[in-house]
Design a protein around this ligand. Sequence first.
Ligand code: BV8
Length: 242
Amino acid sequence: MNRRIDPNGTIVILTGAGISRESGLDTFRCEGGIWAQVDLEDVATPEGFQRNPKMVQDFYNARRAQLVEEKPQPNPGHLALAKLERDWPGRVLIVTQNIDNLHEEAGNKNIIHMHGELLKITCTQCDSVRPWDQDLHIDTSCPSCHNIGTLRPHVVWFGEMPLQMEEIYDALEDADLFMSIGTSGNVYPAAGFVQAVKQMGGCHSVELNLDPSNGATLFDETVYGPASEVVPAYVDALLKNG
Ligand code: BV8
């Protein structure tokens, strides 16, 4: 912690797959990660869904079942962010690229899932979005419009616009501290947020990650180590010194 932040200031926290890794969920680009197991073009693009909807449904069914059946628990990194939202006098907003529910499970309330949520589905016909914790099949009918074959995971694929972007940029403009935790800085527009805060007037920015991300040199401050260690330490320093 190398700069005091106004205790009534706004903290915007970007998280990626790295914060959930110590809870047992794979990252995407670490060794043996998700994109080493399956081609993202096949399972995380609209074109892939068009080509082979069953493959895509099965890919997300397996990840949804892991959340529902194995019930991964939030780790000390998630729990520290819940403590920060509870104890920090100013606004704390988590903008997560993750589609898991571990920030909710840790107790955070102020969360934007910019890439969607694994435990929700949407209908391409009626645009309804609803909680969903079972398998989704290509012949499952939409509970709202009763069409068949129109349901998909409520997840943002490559080439699709992330969710609540206007709200995110408003929060970045308002931020006194921008924290980036557990992300490789490969995927835009999230990877561009640190640049955005610099251009908007330069609130303090810090990267907390296992190792330097693609955008590491853009941060005012960097702290490296596992999230379960570096995030609680940083949060404690923030709450103690502001
Ligand atoms: C869009 C789906 C535009 C859900 C995902 C410039 C500007 C805008 C767009 C682009 C651009 N350049 C390229 C693009 C296109 C593209 C893109 O960025 N491509 C990349 C690959 C070059 N972006 C898009 O398509 C986005 N859409 O821009 O739309 C638009 C405009 C108008 C109209 C329509 C559209 C959409 C991107 C969203 C794609 N969906 N996922 C799912 O299946 O999960 S992306 C996927 O990557 C996940 O969401 C994931 O969260 C995200 C980012 O990955 P990370 O979270 O960073 O995970 P990664 O494995 O990479 O890294 C983990 C990190 O953790 C590592 O650094 C590691 O060191 C660290 N770590 C590991 N262990 C620990 C740890 N840290 C701490 N503790 C530990 N224990």
